[in-house]
Design a protein around this ligand. Sequence first.
Ligand SMILES: *Cc1c(COP(=O)(O)O)cnc(C)c1O
Length: 387
Amino acid sequence: MRKEFLPFSIPTIEQEEINEVVDSLQSGWITTGPKVKKFEDEFKAYVDAPFAVPLNSATAGLHLALLAMGVGPGDEVITTPMTFAATVNVMIHVGAKPVLADIEPGTLNIDVQAIRSKITERTKAIVPVHFAGLPCDLDAIFAVADEFGLKVLEDAAHAVGTEYKGKRIGSFDTLSVFSFHPIKNITTGEGGMVCTRDEKLAEEISLLKFHGMSREAWKRYSAKGTPNYDIVLPGFKYNMMDIQAALGIHQLRKLDRFIEKRTEIAELYNAAFAEVEEIVTPGAAPYAYRHAWHLYTPLVKIEQLTIDRDAFMAELKKENIGTGLHFKAVHHHPYYRENLPVPAGELPHADYVSDRILSLPLFPKMELADAQDVVAAVKNVFARTRK
Ligand SMILES: *Cc1c(COP(=O)(O)O)cnc(C)c1O
C-alpha cells in the first residue's frame, strides 16, 4: 500500500507564479489592474475570442451571463443534472426555473434529444456543461437553439483548453464561462472568465461585474485616470484582482503542458481498467475533439459489490488514495429535491451515474507511479468487496 496520502487534486504552482504574485504585492497594485488586463488579453488570444471579461469566479460569470442574456422570472433554462450546483443556483438567483434534461450515458454530457423534449414556450436558454473537459455536441445544440430561438450559455468550467471540431471552447458564437478554482485545469486561486463574440454582452457583463461602473473604472486611481466615476446600473462586486491574474498569466502559458500530462495519466487509467469487470471507463464522443481531461470519472458497478459508492471511496481512502465526487446529480440535493422535484425515473441515466461515479486523482504534478498506485488500490478494494 502507498505510504503517503495521494490527494485527488493539487494545483501546480511554480516559481514563475510565486514571483509574479510577489511582484504584485510589492508593486502597490493588488486589485484589478494591468495584470488582469494582460491575463484577459492572453486568454482571449488563447481561446480565440474577441471579448473576455475576467471575474472572481465562474459562478459570478454564470450569474452575470444569465442577467446579460435577459434571463429572469418566468423563464425556463434547460441544463444537465450532472453539474456543480453553481450552474443551477444562479438560475434561482435570477428568478428563472432550471429544467433538467438527461445525459448521454457514455460522455455524461447533456443529451440533445432530451433537450428537445424539455422545450416549452417559456424556455429561454440552454446551458450545456462540457463534462470533465469533453465537449458537448455544440453543432447539434446550436441547431436546436436556432430552431426554437433559444440562447446558449456554455458552462466551460471544465473546458479550459478543450477543442470541438478543431476550435477551442470560448471561440463559439455564444457565451462561455471558465473557472480557475484550484482544482480546475489552471488556477488563479479563485477566478473565472466569460468569453463571447458579442460586444454588447461583454460590455453589459463588464458593467455588472463592478458596481455598474464603466469598463475602465479601475484606472481612476492611476496616473492616467480621473477619480470621478458614474454608476450606470446597480452592479455586483465580482472583479478579478491583479494578485489572481498574476497566477493566471503563468498558468495559461503552461496549460498545454498540463493537459498533455493529464491525458497521459487518463490514458494509463483507461488501459489499466479496460480489463477490470467492476469499472466503466469514461466514454468518448463520435466527433473530433481535444479532451482537456479536467477529471477522470469512471463508474463503479456497485451491483457487483457488497458496498455502495460512498463506502468504495472510503475504502480507497484507507489505501491512501483521495477521491472526488463530480457530481451527485443536482436533483439529488436536498434543496432541489424539495424545490425542483423530478418524478422518479425521469432522468434515468443521471440517476444511474450519480450513484456510481467518482473522480480518481488526476493532476499534472502526479507521477505515472502515483497513477499505478491508484490502479492497484482500486483493484485491492474490488478484491475485498466483490460479491
Ligand atoms: C467549478 C464549477 C463551477 C463553479 O466555478 P467557480 O469558479 O468555483 O465559481 C461551475 N460549474 C461547474 C461545472 C464547475 O465544475
